[in-house]
Design a protein around this ligand. Structure first.
Ligand SMILES: Nc1ncnc2c1ncn2[C@@H]1O[C@H](COP(=O)(O)OP(=O)(O)O)[C@@H](O)[C@H]1O
Ligand SMILES: [Mg+2]
Length: 472
């Protein structure tokens, strides 16, 4: 079971039920013993009366006189008592008619005993000596049974009430016990890298829960300190790395401008400049990711119609596609607005487009399909390249993961998709890769929450100022 509260409540109900059942069993033993003792007393009293009657017959009464006196008594006792008298030789000299000719047979050495007779059921009996006779007085245990079954019925009734009451108490008790934990959970949920200063409220009580809260607060102190350190490191690294890089690059460019290099030297310097700008880009990307990790990127989200953004993106996309001898198509339908910061979404589109173009051969087609519907802006960038195997489609979003194919000469760093995912997530959306249409190529899909009118709108192509933009 998932909830500690439910477990606590159930354990409480179980413990109460077991305690109650144990009390019932102990109580039943004592009540039954008490009732039987009472029966024994009544039997004893009956015998005392028989003895008193017999005393009137004088010392050593005859069998016949004794029988007569007991018979007379039996009439008065409404057959409540079943009496049997044995002579000194063990023969029955009197047996109450209620015994229906059955023998009670007292066990040797027992003064009080139970016996079960056909038709008469369970009896309680006592054995007494009267001169040389043995008198057995028995009476039905029916009343004891009635008391005991009444006791059991009361127990079952009380058990139901007790389970109901203890469930309510258990639930209330578990909620009360877990309330401080709930408050810890709420606060811990609220504490993120962007509000690391918040702390769990600690009560004055010196109990396990407040110890836990104090411990967690200490952990948050340490986390806050390390986050601060990382943020400071990021800012310093940015400054320390970018400045010398720019200087080296400027020096290299100056060498070329001076024109005093041999052809071979100039080529070498050009390679250096290319590698330097690659390094510069990697540093920029890493800085972006570490700032995103530290939640140091604040988005200025503005509700925008994505159509305008797509149109302006299409202008660049056509130029880039043309440069690689490929074709670009854009389809958009749906009306509404999306809360975005354009420059970041534009960067996502450009990253995905450059991946698609890099993966596809000249003459192939890259298509962007954008749909605004059902409170969602969905964008698919489809290409006709080799695609990515299913098992790698999640991995390519990891940092520095690149799938090198033979003849692949692109100089990426493997950070592009990680940045795309970071940006999309900062916008509250998600991004993933799937197979392209007809299982060919790759389709990169991202979804962002949008504000769309309730009615769906018919598909429509974007009319773009660029001559290459498709209008269907
Ligand atoms: N459209 C695509 N078709 C095939 N493979 C792709 C596509 N987009 C991305 N990939 C694979 O995912 C890897 C990671 O992409 P990315 O993070 O942008 O890094 P980079 O472009 O710097 O290599 C790429 O190296 C490539 O192997
Ligand atoms: Mg890339």
């Amino acid at each position: 079971m998932k909830s500690i509260g439910a477990r606590l409540a159930i354990n409480y109900v179980l413990a109460s039920t077991i305690t109650f059942a144990a009390l019932f069993i102990i109580g039943r033993y004592f009540v039954e013993r008490h009732a039987i003792n009472a029966l024994d007393l009544v039997i004893q009293t009956e015998f005392e009366e028989i003895r008193a009657d017999a005393a009137r017959l004088g010392p050593s009464p005859s069998e016949a006189a004794l029988r007569q006196s007991v018979q007379a008594m039996a009439i008065n006792s409404f057959e409540q008592f079943l009496t049997e008298i044995y002579g000194p030789d063990g023969t029955v000299i009197y047996r109450a008619p209620g015994l229906q000719g059955l023998n009670v047979t007292p066990p040797a050495g027992l003064k009080q005993f139970n016996v079960t007779l056909p038709n008469l059921g369970e009896l309680r009996a006592g054995t007494f000596s009267l001169d040389s006779y043995t008198v057995v007085v028995a009476t039905s245990k029916r009343d004891v049974r009635v008391v005991m079954s009444g006791y059991a019925r009361t127990f079952y009734g009380l058990l139901v009430v007790m389970i109901a009451v203890s469930s309510v108490i258990g639930y209330w008790f578990s909620r009360m016990a877990l309330r401080p934990l709930q408050s810890i959970q709420d606060t811990a949920n609220r504490i993120r890298s962007d509000n690391l200063g918040e702390r769990i409220p600690v009560s004055g009580a010196k109990d396990e829960i407040s110890d836990l809260a104090r411990l967690l607060n200490q952990m948050f102190d340490r986390l806050e300190a390390s986050f601060d350190q990382i943020r400071r490191f990021t800012a310093e690294a940015s400054h320390e790395l970018k400045t010398p890089l720019t200087l080296v690059r400027l020096q290299a460019e100056k060498l070329i401008v001076d024109g005093e290099l041999t052809v071979a030297q100039e080529q070498a310097v050009q390679v250096q400049i290319k590698e330097l700008s690659h390094l510069h880009r990697i540093i920029e990307d890493l800085l972006f990711l570490s700032r995103a990790d530290a939640c140091a990127i604040r988005l200025d989200l503005q509700p925008q119609d994505p159509e305008a953004l797509l149109q302006s993106f299409a202008l660049d996309a056509h130029v880039l596609a043309e440069y690689r001898e490929q074709h670009f198509h854009l389809y958009h339908h749906g009306k509404g607005t999306v809360p975005i910061e354009s420059k970041w979404i534009r960067q996502v589109l450009l990253n995905l487009l450059s991946n698609a173009l890099a993966a596809s051969a000249p003459g192939s087609k890259v298509t962007v399909r954008s749909t605004l519907a059902n409170q969602c802006w969905l964008v698919r960038i489809e290409d006709q390249g080799p695609g990515v195997p299913v098992e790698q489609r999640e991995r390519i979003f990891e940092r520095f993961v690149r799938i090198n194919r033979p003849g692949d000469e692109t100089s990426g760093s493997g950070l592009g998709l990680a940045i795309c995912r970071s940006i999309v997530q900062l916008h509250g959306g998600r991004i993933f890769a799937e197979a392209g249409p007809d299982g060919r190529g790759l389709a990169m899909v991202f979804e962002l929450p949008a504000d769309t009118p309730a009615m769906a709108v018919a598909p429509r192509a974007v009319t773009a100022p660029h001559p290459h933009l498709d209008a269907t």
